[in-house]
Design a protein around this ligand. Structure first.
Ligand code: LHQ
Length: 265
């Protein structure tokens, strides 16, 4: 599976997706969107897939929309930049955030424009120390998209979100970590190994419970405390009835490591 612009490799419960247009810093084209969406949908549907790793080929993670594909007309301005969001970015972000399996983003180099915002829409973001996050939109007269205006203020607060978006200066990975934009920064030459350890750990985790956890955290942004407590009760009911909860508790009492299947029943 996969095509030229997204490489797909599956092994040991981990599906690794690599954005693959390194000569254009993995900028998004419609073809890449179609391949990426198909790969995420396949990961969602495949019970053997328990974690997805998204990364980029070459020196960048992703430079956002391929601007050669959305060249302005002679009168200036893009014909309808909104339709590109409707067609491509919005479905991608909805897929990533609603897919009930952990998605790790390994940010191997610069993440710019929609590339930065797709990265921070993932569940666990690990970046190479030399990587940076650039809300490039203001440089070209656009507003942050691909959920940036939603995710950024929630992760770093509105003051930092506004400055990042308005100044369009690259944020180094270490600062991104210090600000809570991402999970962790690692040395460039350790990125692959660290992400692979993390992915293996998640591939033997109780996937069903992790998926419900992701749902609960997503819904917390609109729920009241009381609604969230009700949601936790419902989700705990589901998780508690799963074979992994039975195994987890049994293993604890027997003082051994649990063997989770990831299944709901
Ligand atoms: C690129 C790109 C790129 C094409 C590097 N496109 N070729 C949604 C809805 C509708 C419309 C518009 O957009 C969106 C969402 C968005 O994402 S808007 C934001 C789009 N992205 C940007 O504005 C970032 C553009 N890129 C850059 O500013 C720089 O390339 C960065 C700062 C990322 C990296 O700079 P450098 O390390 O100096 O690399 P470079 O600029 O030399 O790029 C290397 C090559 O990649 C070069 O091609 P060439 O053939 O000359 O070697 C660039 O043209 C190409 N490239 N980004 N987005």
């Amino acid at each position: 599976m996969g095509g030229d612009t997204v490489l797909v490799a599956s092994s040991g419960g981990v599906m690794r997706l690599t954005l693959n247009r390194p000569e254009k810093l993995n900028a998004f084209t419609l073809a890449m969107h179609a391949e990426l969406r198909a790969a995420f949908e396949a990961a969602a549907a495949n019970p053997l897939c328990r974690v997805i790793v998204l990364t980029g080929a070459g020196r960048a993670f992703c430079a956002g929309q391929d601007l050669a594909e959305t060249r302005p007309g002679m009168e200036g301005g893009l014909a309808d930049a909104g339709s590109r969001l409707e067609q491509a970015y919005n479905p991608l972000v909805k897929l990533i955030t609603s897919l009930e399996k952990p998605i790790v983003c390994a940010v191997n180099g610069i993440a710019a424009g929609a590339g930065a915002n797709v990265a921070i829409a993932c569940d666990i973001v690990v970046a190479a120390r030399s990587a940076s996050f650039l809300q490039a939109f203001a440089r070209i007269g656009l507003v942050p998209d691909a959920s940036g205006t939603w995710t950024l203020p929630r992760l770093v607060g509105p003051a930092r979100a506004r400055a990042l978006a308005m100044l369009a200066e690259p944020l180094p990975a270490e600062t991104a970590e210090a600000w809570g934009l991402i999970w962790k920064t690692v040395d460039d030459d350790k990125l692959e190994a660290e992400v692979s350890v993390l992915a293996s750990k998640l591939a033997s985790a109780p996937t069903y419970a992790l998926g419900l956890t992701k749902r609960a955290i997503a819904l917390s942004s609109t729920n009241t405390l009381s609604q969230q407590l009700d949601l936790e009760r419902e989700l705990q009911r589901k998780a508690g009835g799963s074979p992994d909860a039975a195994e987890g508790i049994r293993a604890f009492l027997e003082k051994r490591a649990p063997k989770f299947t990831g299944r709901s029943a």
